[in-house]
Write a protein that binds this ligand. Structure first.
Ligand SMILES: [Ca+2]
Ligand SMILES: [Ca+2]
Ligand SMILES: [Ca+2]
Length: 352
């Protein structure tokens, strides 16, 4: 059977030995010759019964049927035994959504190089790129706004679980365990407009694209570090806080030229074109001045109605300022003490 052969080859959701070991009733039925294999059981029955085909299983029957109504109809009509059968026969090559733990659309938005590679025919889908390269410890690409690289670096136990395939990704670990365990995460955006929302655990929200670079440090654990694939030029991001103490990042440290690893503070959301300075910024919502904080570089605040506009200098003349943030429903006087400026109140000049 073609579907079974595909299922057995496609090892991100099914492992015959694991399935028989964890489902003794199926193992007994296979041993008695009533079913040819665990895979046949999984495709026809097990996946619909919510049985797990493999540790870190990516596939989710309910997600697949909900996101692909034509498949749901075909399964109801008896054309396919399960959504999973359709996926292994057709859906995967069609790039269909099949998992809460991989967002094809988001991955393409975050990594334009992958879109280029797909257009050039190197990969059938973003998921195929992720399997081939994105999970590698040197890349740790994100499959959602949860920053995979930072999550795995902050949680070595999770990194170990991912590297030994107990979880497919840090994001899967967070959704299944980490959130309930109270782990906080870094939620990071793309080079486009983003809508990022914190959990209840107290998170770090950064609207720009935070990536990974290989460093020059000879220590293996320090060979890579996070950096920025975009700096907010032309971006309008919405960052919404949660119940915990959140940290909103409107500035970063960047390597600068010269000797050694000098770093310089740069504000995000500084427009390349001065005429567009008010068009790019982070809109901060649900901000709690008693516990949430905003990282800035040389912020200048102005009350605008019930909100506070945050400007950063973009050049040496006093009026040469650029809108970088807007805190909704919070006045400038309430924000005193909410700013973290590790850059010592420096001007935040990015260009010019
Ligand atoms: Ca963005
Ligand atoms: Ca909060
Ligand atoms: Ca701006």
């Amino acid at each position: 059977m073609n579907a079974i052969a595909n299922c057995q080859r496609w090892d991100v959701s099914f492992d015959e030995a694991f399935y028989l070991q964890t489902n003794p009733d199926v193992a007994a039925a296979v041993a008695a010759g009533m079913i040819p294999s665990g895979a046949v059981h999984f495709v026809n029955f097990g996946v619909k019964e919510g049985r797990i085909g493999k540790p870190g299983q990516l596939y989710d029957e309910a997600t697949y049927l909900a996101k692909n109504p034509d498949v749901a109809n075909a399964v109801s009509a008896g054309v396919f035994a399960s959504g999973f059968e359709h996926l292994v026969l057709f859906g995967r090559r069609e790039g269909r959504a099949f998992s809460p733990y991989f967002d094809e659309e988001w991955y393409r938005k975050r990594y334009p190089d992958v879109v280029g590679a797909i257009q050039a025919g190197a990969f059938a889908s973003a998921f195929d790129h992720y399997l081939a390269f994105g999970r590698d410890p040197s890349e740790r690409r994100s499959t959602s706004p949860l920053n995979e690289f930072i999550y795995l670096r902050r949680n070595p136990d999770v990194a170990n679980a991912v590297d030994t395939n107990l979880f497919f990704s840090g994001q899967q670990h967070y959704e299944q365990n980490g959130r309930a365990e109270g782990r906080s995460v870094n939620i990071t955006g793309t080079q486009g407009n983003d809508n990022l929302v914190a959990s209840e655990n107290g998170d770090v929200l950064t609207g720009v694209a935070v990536g990974v670079r290989q460093g020059r440090n000879p220590e293996p654990q320090a060979q890579s570090f996070s950096t920025y694939d975009s700096v907010g030029n032309g971006e309008l991001d919405t960052l919404t806080g949660g119940a915990g103490p959140d940290f909103f990042i409107l500035a970063g440290l960047f390597p600068s030229g010269g000797v050694g690893n000098l770093i310089a503070p740069w504000s995000f959301y500084i427009a390349n074109d001065l005429a567009l300075a008010d068009q790019d910024y982070a809109e901060i919502r649900n901000f709690d001045p008693t516990q949430d904080r905003i990282m800035v570089s040389g912020a200048i605040t102005v009350d605008i109605g019930n909100d506070t506009a945050i400007f950063s200098r973009r050049g040496p003349s006093p009026g040469d300022v650029d809108l970088v943030g807007r805190v909704i429903g919070v006045g400038a006087d309430q924000l005193q003490g909410a700013f973290i400026d590790p850059f010592g109140g420096s001007s935040g000049i990015l260009r010019g």
